[in-house]
Design a protein around this ligand. Sequence first.
Ligand code: HEC
Ligand code: HEC
Length: 365
Amino acid sequence: MKWTYLGLVLIPLVIVSCTKDDPEPEPQPTPYDLDIPPFFPSEVYIPDDNPLTVEGVKLGRYLFYDGRIAGRADEGKYMSCSSCHVQGNSFEVGMPRPAPVGLNGISTGHAMLPMINLIWNPGRIGWNGSVANIEDDVYIVISDPSEFGSTNEKVVAAIQSIPMYPPMFEAAFGTREVTVERIAKAIAQFVRTLISSNSKFDRYMRGEEQLTLEELNGYVLFSTEEGADCFHCHGGSGNPLFTTNLFYNNGKDDSFAGESDRYSVTGDETMKGAYKATTLRNIEFTGPYMHDGRFNTLDEVIDFYAHALKWSPYIDPLMHHISNGGNQLLPAEKAALKAFLKTLSDTSFLTDPRFSRPGDLPVFK
Ligand code: HEC
Ligand code: HEC
């Protein structure tokens, strides 16, 4: 019965939509086939108005790497996302330039965040989560004096004038029109495809490789309260992202005046000195550490959590070892914890050609 009814409704519709004067139907972009790795959450965050498409991701990749996008070629200045977000450093700038410098010579102030598995980030972009999604971040990068220091108009004009781009916009969005909204959408699509899931730890979880005894010891320390107690904030076996994407004060300081912490975004007093517990994936490659880059090595970070916690009324209750000043790991335990953290390194992500600069795109410096 239902089908007959549907048929009656559909036939007139088909006839109406096939009248002669209709323009050719526009070619639709191809849906991007997203592979969710085993053990990863099936729920991903893609805005309804910006689905992943093959053409959109491709365009985003070119824009991500094209130094002309800042729209300041007339001053001999070039910068793109990839100037700071370098694939070989898990999309951070890398040592020894913790806080990068934008086109106006102004420092970003903050150390960097990697671009890993952001498709699972539920709208908490940046150290303090002040940005709602990757698309919005592109607008900020354009105008921020410590990044491109440019304007939407200059960026659009620059991309519009490069002959290769309008056809790519047509393939991705249906028409040749270049807009900041489309630029932001395409780059965000590309960034959402940057998935890292091939570390030694992942292979261990998939039963493809064993961890050494030392790495396993480190894993146990990481995942137990009486051990190093890292898992509440940084995930673990039940949370393969190795971040909760939440904000905590992890006891680095005891006073918090004028910080760009989570409190500065929400006004919630309990969030003073709180920042996002970043993913520990590829942590080996993303020094220096913490939002202000105060620690240069993983050894310094491990020593901090072991002996140097500072009490304040804002320290997160999950910092269980605060009454002892830290988890007091012994030297062999620290070595094991570090060995485990290194099992989160995914070198294939650092060289994956799908994420690299397109071979035919010239470098602008
Ligand atoms: C001048 C260097 C610089 C450039 C250029 C730059 N970024 Fe960043 N990016 C940073 C820094 C520094 C942070 C950490 C900012 C913070 O939270 O304070 C960051 C953070 C981010 C984050 C947050 C990641 C997370 O885990 O929350 C995203 C997303 C991002 N950038 C996207 C982009 C995109 C897209 C572009 C190009 C349009 C770009 N960035 C260009 C320096 C840069
Ligand atoms: C109460 C939550 C919490 C616990 C427990 C915790 N961390 Fe963190 N961690 C954070 C937060 C928040 C940050 C970012 C802080 C900042 O930048 O100010 C962070 C940052 C880090 C960083 C630097 C990340 C980067 O990209 O710069 C490393 C490495 C790290 N933690 C490792 C560990 C280890 C190892 C343990 C266990 C010994 C641990 N954490 C326990 C919340 C926590």
